[in-house]
Design a protein around this ligand. Structure first.
Ligand code: PBG
Length: 332
């Protein structure tokens, strides 16, 4: 790398005014980079606030038209749907996951009817449906792999049949991408894409999400036998490599901001479509500071998202997606 020496070279010159700052900007954030995670619940005319995520709501299917209208008009490419399953419908095997008429499927059909061009991303994992809050089946106090994978593949086909465009397995079982790919293809869904939560860490930052889903109180133990150890980085590359070999079209790193180093390594190593999830705890953390007046809301939101682009992401799942899209459309 060649740089001039001061005083002939003055890096501040390019920062002198807005137009040169724009000309030399190395990364951009646009609405195309945003995916909006959305919580859906049963019932009618229901909108409830998630206590630990100020500004985030759970909405019933009949309100989705209104709830998604602004996201659609701003041009957000896709939403990621998360269903709230009441305890009465949960069981040890997460049976509701494969019910063709479950909330996830009903919400998807409704979104596709209302907004056919809006991409729908479906989370595949059993935790919204199990009474123990784990992402797979439990035998002898252990979340078993291969039997869980079989169910996850059926869950994925069930979602694809309802119209989900992108299957996003967030369960971290071994071999699930390959099993899901084969099951989708056999069922005739060869164009249904897979965005794998390839490097998903056993993180403290999912707390508010489990609060939103109502699975936090149910969860027995932790998810450390299947989600990754926050200490590891080479292992993330092996996880991504496996998922790509098994047919993943896009990969994800999760959480986001504490794992920007992983995103950069994944991008540099594989050069495939890479995403990150700015998770519930990151949202809660930023919102808490914003609500205290400790951070400037608009600038903090955009800077936190630009960081993902700089680290090498194509896009970000963010609870701020609509706020950010609004800010970006204003500044355009
Ligand atoms: C569950 C799932 C989780 C999230 C997305 N899918 C939580 C978990 O693994 O316990 C977290 C998202 C967030 O925190 O915003 N498979």
């Amino acid at each position: 790398m060649i740089t001039g020496a001061y005083p002939l070279s003055r890096p501040r010159r390019n920062r002198f005014d807005g137009f040169t700052r724009r000309l030399v900007a190395e990364t951009t954030l646009t609405v195309d980079n945003l995916i909006w995670p959305t919580f859906v619940c049963d019932g009618s005319k229901i909108r409830t606030q998630v206590g630990s995520m100020p500004g985030v709501e759970r909405v019933s299917v009949d309100l989705l038209e209104d709830h998604l209208a602004e996201a659609v008009s701003l041009g957000i490419p896709a939403v990621a749907i998360f269903p709230i399953t009441p305890p009465a419908i949960r069981d040890a095997r997460g049976s509701e996951a494969t019910n063709p008429d479950n909330l996830m499927c009903r919400a998807t059909r409704e979104i596709k009817r209302l907004y056919p061009d809006l991409g729908v991303i479906g989370d595949v994992a059993l935790d919204p449906y199990t009474d123990h809050g784990h992402d797979g089946l439990i035998e002898n106090d252990y979340v078993v792999n291969d039997a869980s994978v079989q169910l996850l593949a059926r869950q994925a086909v069930n979602q694809a049949a309802a119209g989900v465009d992108i299957i996003a397995p967030s369960d971290m079982m071994d071999g699930r991408i390959g099993a899901i790919r084969v099951a989708l293809d056999e069922a005739g869904y060869e164009n249904t894409r897979i965005m794998s939560y390839a490097a998903k860490y056993a993180s403290a930052f999912y707390g508010p999400f489990r609060d939103a889903l109502g699975s936090g109180g149910l969860l027995k133990g932790d998810k450390k036998t299947y989600q990754m150890d926050p200490a590891n980085t080479d292992e993330a590359l092996r996880e991504v490599a496996q998922d790509l070999q098994e047919g993943a079209d896009m990969v994800m790193v999760k959480p986001g901001m504490p794992y920007l180093d992983i995103i950069r390594r994944v991008r540099d190593s594989f050069a495939v479509p890479t995403f990150a999830y700015q998770v519930s705890g990151e949202y809660a953390m930023l919102m808490a500071a914003i609500q205290n007046g400790w951070l400037d809301r608009d600038r903090a939101i955009l800077e936190s998202l630009l960081a993902f682009r700089r680290a090498g992401c194509n896009g970000v799942l963010s609870y701020f997606a609509v706020d950010a899209a609004r800010l970006l459309s204003r500044s355009a």
